[in-house]
Design a protein around this ligand. Structure first.
Ligand code: SF4
Ligand code: SF4
Ligand code: FES
Length: 470
């Protein structure tokens, strides 16, 4: 295999691979602003300049392919001077507003400034200023911070596939705008905050909510549709603050849609039922688990004919637990958007799917029947969900008695005898099967919210009727 020597280290490469990616293989991070693995290469920020033996001028590592025997230096004096000069130039107009910038703590400009920048600014003129601009429901723009890397323009063109962002004017007056100032149309607008290397484009959802150094992050799977995008959830004090995509070249590459990105708010919604409820004559009353379990258990034991409807945001493990516990019941799957996986399809050029649940494939493979086969008239109907799939309106009326286990909203309670709060996707571990049949395991990001309990603990308590829900 062909080899390139980078800072004295031999590295193998495939034909066409660029110096910047080959250097990454040996943990040699070459600074970059305009380069992003998932976008076309424009080589315009010049931050990735490196020296190649035998070449008079420095070259951009993001656009220069490796050749066999090439000798590259990323840390020579010539490179250091050039990169420091580029950094100084990019900071000429950049405000000193890191203390109030959401990107602070994960900003390339900030990090490279420490590593490659100069200690003092030599500028003695005013920096250009703009007011913040609303770019639609997802993104707010702060043009003062922009370094004109054009990642956002390429992202809209190549990922969102809508030509809606441009650079207008030239030189010092260059400004990134949407065409005619229109709101962004793309269903992937939140990704602009991911690709923008500075704090110029931020999501309205996360902006000013939390300094990033307080956040911890756990890998999980988006439960917003049958694609099963790989994501991470950032949280602090058991509150989720944001979801971001994780690279998986087989599923979502570097991206996620806005619906998925902002689809976690039900977890901390003030409407979420966070303690067990029992229906009384005209409303619902809260009970402690221990006070409620005996009557729920009696209701289950008396029922001769049980139907269990499992929302397709349940995990494979939960389906197995339910089938074991209610072994003589009839089981049905429920997704709000499709009846069967055969009706599922892509809804755009990228990753979004028609089936707005993450595990219908898994439920079908577990032998659950389609929801349309559910008949009314059973003694007891049990519905189980994780909150991304809402409790269906009117479902409880199909049986004499009905118990909802899972994540219910207060406005969904009509008709249920008992509501037993269980966990959302972010509070539990489990496995989803995406639309291609790929099984993906995930772990809990946060601890159970309120008095919500795992399904297995609730069912164990029902069996033993010992009032304890562990
Ligand atoms: S807004 Fe961000 S992504 Fe767009 S050009 Fe400016 S710095 Fe780059
Ligand atoms: S495409 Fe589906 S799985 Fe991916 S982020 Fe959007 S909602 Fe989530
Ligand atoms: S990262 Fe190479 S020129 Fe911008």
């Amino acid at each position: 295999m062909a080899k390139v020597v980078i800072d004295g280290v031999d590295v193998e490469f495939e034909a066409g691979e660029k110096i910047i990616d080959v250097a990454s293989k040996v943990n040699n991070h070459i600074p970059r602003y305009c380069y992003h693995e998932g976008l076309s290469i424009v080589a315009q920020c010049r931050m990735c300049l490196v020296e190649v033996e035998g070449q008079r001028k420095l070259v951009t590592a993001c656009s220069t392919p490796c050749t066999d025997g090439m000798k590259v230096s990323t840390k020579s004096e010539k490179v250091k001077k050039a990169v420091s000069g580029v950094q100084e130039f990019l900071l000429v107009n950049h405000p000193l507003d890191c203390p109030i910038c959401d990107q602070a703590g994960e900003c390339s400009l900030q990090e490279y400034s420490y590593k490659h920048g100069q200690e003092d600014a030599r500028t003695d003129f005013f920096r250009r200023t703009y007011i913040d601009v609303d770019m639609g429901p997802s993104i707010k723009k702060n043009m003062n911070r922009c370094i004109h890397c054009t990642r956002c323009i390429r992202y809209c063109d190549e990922v969102g596939q809508i030509h809606e962002m441009i650079a207008q004017q030239r030189g010092n007056d260059t400004e990134i705008v949407t065409i005619d100032g229109n709101p962004l149309q793309t269903a992937y607008a939140g990704g602009l905050a991911d690709v923008c290397p500075v704090g110029s484009l931020t999501t309205k959802d996360f902006r000013f909510k939390k300094r990033v150094w307080y956040l911890r992050s756990k890998d999980t799977i988006c439960d917003g549709c049958s694609q099963g995008c790989n994501i991470s959830a950032s949280f602090e004090s058991n509150l989720i603050y944001r979801l971001e995509p994780r690279k998986n070249m087989d599923i979502n590459k570097w991206w996620m849609c806005d619906e998925g990105r902002y689809g976690f708010h039900h977890v901390h919604s003030p409407s979420r039922v966070l303690g067990p409820l029992i229906k009384t004559s005209d409303s619902f009353e809260s009970r402690l688990w221990g006070d409620l379990i005996p009557s729920v258990s009696a209701l289950v034991q008396q029922a001769k004919n049980i139907s269990v409807v499992v929302a397709a945001d349940a995990t494979l493990e939960e389906v197995a637990i339910l089938k074991t516990h209610f072994s003589s019941a009839n089981f049905y799957s429920y997704s709000p958007s499709v009846e069967k996986t055969s009706e599922d399809k892509a809804v755009d050029h990228l990753i979004r799917r028609k089936d707005k649940s993450p595990n219908l494939k898994g439920l079908e493979e577990s032998g659950l029947r389609p929801f349309s086969e559910l008949k009314s008239g059973s003694d007891l109907l049990i519905f189980f969900n994780a909150g991304k799939v809402r409790v269906p309106y009117g479902l409880a009326k199909l049986a004499k008695n009905a118990i909802a286990i899972g994540v219910a909203m207060k406005e969904d309670l009509n008709g249920w005898n008992y509501v037993l709060p269980s966990l959302s996707t972010y509070e539990k571990s489990g496995t989803f099967v995406n639309h291609t049949g790929m099984k993906q395991k995930f772990a809990a990001a946060i601890a159970p919210v309120g008095l919500s309990r795992p399904l297995n603990k609730i069912l164990e308590a029902l069996t033993k009727s010992d009032r304890k829900v562990g």
